[in-house]
Design a protein around this ligand. Structure first.
Ligand SMILES: [Zn+2]
Length: 338
């Protein structure tokens, strides 16, 4: 399909125009997390013609994702396809003219700079604040704008973070739901309209930034509850904290200085992620599992033992589901992986 025809409606929108579309085509955008929000954001960005999309996610597709993670199919869930790979495949079918870069990895302070290399702008598709703080600080340090987004239940919130101009995530952390003390997708669930509302807010700001209309970028945190019909906005220039440890004059980037906790509690999944020092030979491991084996591919092996399920990835990460007890999760890992 000819490029001008494909993007003609978007290009006819005066603030974008032909020049804006060219800038969008030249842009390199990171989508960090390809779950519900990341899927919805990535699809809109691919349809909008963003030249390069780096899709990063550590997880695989499961049946419980299909209610709202719009890039995935039943076949992806049956194959336990890594989300970053399945997302790129689906996006390629939607718009083959773009560059997709899939990264199947757990992102931490140790690799965030690599994940952000050559990126113009980042979009938060994640589900936890530890990762968002790492992204926030790495973007501040590099001077890259990023767009925060989160949802739970029927509630969603979003704000663009412009280094040097607006408050950052850490400036506002008292205003945002903190990890561990708010409802999560585990306790309160989440509905697809809340996801798409936040994704739309995020992508609108991404398009403004990419096409060069920086003046139009909102300097506000938007919060809405779709069920209650509420909408709030908070001025994020006014809320900038000059003593902020991530964006203030004497920033020391505390999240980037932290080392990974060995076990991470998984939001909404009744389980843990444990990183192994020894990287297993996946094919050999799968062979040895016998009837405990659920599925295996080049990226991962899944297995089970009554109520507990394990998924080991080629980089040594293990996701243990079916127990809220960290010790039990570790023992399950040790029993199978040695
Ligand atoms: Zn700040």
């Amino acid at each position: 399909m000819a490029v001008p025809e494909r993007y003609s409606r978007q290009q006819r929108f005066a603030p974008i125009g032909a020049a804006g579309q060219e800038r969008i085509a030249a842009a390199r955008v990171l989508v960090l997390g390809c779950g519900a929000l990341g899927s919805a954001v990535a699809e809109q960005l691919a349809r909008a013609g963003v030249g390069t999309l780096r899709l990063v996610d550590r997880d695989f597709v499961e049946a419980s994702n299909l209610g709202r993670q719009c890039l995935y199919t039943e076949a992806d869930a049956a194959a336990a396809a890594p989300k970053a790979v399945a997302a790129a495949e689906r996006l390629r079918a939607i718009n083959a003219s773009l560059h997709y870069h899939s990264v199947v990895a757990h992102v931490s302070a140790a690799n965030i700079d690599e994940v952000l290399s050559d990126i113009d702008l980042a979009v938060d598709g994640g589900d936890n604040f530890a990762l968002r703080h790492i992204l926030n600080e790495a973007c501040q340090r590099r001077g890259i704008p990023w767009v925060y987004g989160a949802c739970v239940g029927a509630y969603g919130c979003s704000m663009p973070v412009l280094p040097g101009e607006t408050a950052c995530l850490r400036c506002l952390q008292d205003e945002l739901p903190a990890a561990g003390d708010g409802p999560t997708c585990d306790t309160a669930g989440v509905i697809a309209p809340a996801v798409h509302l936040v994704a739309a807010w995020q992508v609108a700001e991404v398009l403004k930034l990419l096409c060069g209309d920086r003046a139009a970028v909102r300097r506000e945190l938007w919060i809405s509850d779709l069920w209650a019909g509420s909408f709030q906005r908070l001025d994020t220039v006014k809320w900038r904290d000059p003593r902020c440890r991530a964006c203030g004059e004497h920033a020391d980037y505390p999240a980037l200085a932290e080392r990974d906790d060995p076990a991470i509690v998984l939001c909404g999944r009744d389980g843990f992620q444990i990183t192994r020092k020894a990287v297993p030979d996946l094919a050999r491991f799968a062979e040895g599992l016998g009837p405990a084996l659920l599925s295996a591919n080049a990226y991962l092996v899944r297995w089970h033992d009554d109520q507990i399920r394990g998924t080991v990835f080629a980089d040594g990460r293990v996701i243990v589901q079916g127990t809220g007890d960290e010790a039990r999760a570790r023992s399950f890992c040790d029993r199978y992986l040695g």
